[in-house]
Design a protein around this ligand. Structure first.
Ligand code: SF4
Ligand SMILES: [Zn+2]
Ligand SMILES: [Zn+2]
Length: 304
């Protein structure tokens, strides 16, 4: 039996980055410590916050809802609720919407399901058939739009997402490889802007594998199905590279994150967050005259 490096109990995980085995208790303690560290470092949660959790029903967001509820749910000065966006992807989304319903019921957390169909008159599957853009373009734009609008209308001051260290380091490296510093600057924590709910990522210091282990240890429902539209060859190559590199040189994902954090002051200076307008059609915040969602909708509705 492999034992914990901190006590004599059976180990449940080997943390390569720290070169140690941890038992259930010590792993949970360490995982929660790093969530609290990220929350504190970025001042993600403040007194009086009403926090919307973007809950797709996948493993990351389910674990996020559970952890936030465990670590902060007892505080009477905070409120949490969950938003699930049903894009309308047959066979893939319905089971995770069900998981989201079950989890929020168990946590006693307010939960809203908001669908593309109700709001835009068509599902993502229909959009893909009608339009000429990639599925993820429609999905990304409309999901962000609905998440922000719903969170704001429900009085949220923050919007929490389940992005973990693996997701974040992949995005950072991808932006470097594409020389897209403007997009990189969008990863910098935002300042408060009218109409835009501030996003927070409490899992930025925990590995994807740790999120899964934490979820399993708490018997949370874990969905590993992949979206049928998922096709990101470049991101997959970056993910595989980071995985191999981390295997050979443990802890490098933290180094990538740390390098990015050192760049934050420069990124803020070179790419200051621009003041947003109100979309002339729908009134939602946008850097342009007409927001991306309204533009895409116009294209989709114009196609017969
Ligand atoms: S992979 Fe699927 S869920 Fe993810 S953005 Fe693309 S269409 Fe949406
Ligand atoms: Zn232990
Ligand atoms: Zn608009």
């Amino acid at each position: 039996m492999i034992t914990c490096s901190k006590c004599s109990r059976r180990a449940v995980i080997f943390q390569r980055h720290a070169n140690r085995h941890l038992c259930k208790r010590h792993f949970i303690e360490d995982f929660e410590r790093r969530v609290k560290l990220a929350v504190k470092k970025y001042d993600m949660i403040q007194k009086g916050d009403r926090i919307a959790i973007a809950l797709s029903g996948g493993k990351d967001s389910v674990t996020l809802a559970f952890v936030l509820n465990k670590l902060y749910g007892f505080r009477s000065d905070l409120e949490f609720f969950a938003i699930t966006i049903d894009e309308g992807i047959a066979g893939y989304r319905p089971p995770t919407v069900e998981i989201a319903r079950k989890v929020t019921e168990q946590l006693g957390m307010e939960h809203l399901v908001v669908s593309f169909e109700e709001n835009f008159g068509m599902t993502l599957d229909e959009m893909v058939k009608r339009g000429d853009k990639k599925p993820c373009t429609y999905c990304g734009v409309f999901r962000k739009y609905l998440l922000n609008r719903t969170a704001r209308e429900m009085g949220a001051t923050k919007l929490a997402t389940g992005h973990n260290l693996d997701d974040e380091t992949q995005t950072i490296l991808l932006n470097f490889l594409n020389a897209d510093m403007e997009r990189m600057a969008r990863l910098v924590p935002q300042r408060v802007q009218e109409g835009l709910v501030v996003r927070i990522k409490p899992f930025r210091y925990v590995y994807e594998k740790e999120v899964v282990v934490y979820g399993f240890l708490h018997e949370l429902p874990m969905d590993f199905d992949e979206c049928p539209y998922s096709h990101f060859p470049v991101r997959a190559a970056v993910r595989d590279f980071l995985y191999d590199f981390e295997n050979k040189y443990p802890g490098r994902k933290f180094s990538v994150m740390s390098s990015f954090e050192k760049l934050i002051p420069c990124l803020k200076e070179i790419y200051p967050q621009i003041d947003l307008n109100r979309c002339e059609r729908c009134g939602e915040p946008t850097p342009r005259r007409i927001c991306q969602a309204c533009k895409l909708l116009e294209e989709l509705r114009g196609v017969d």
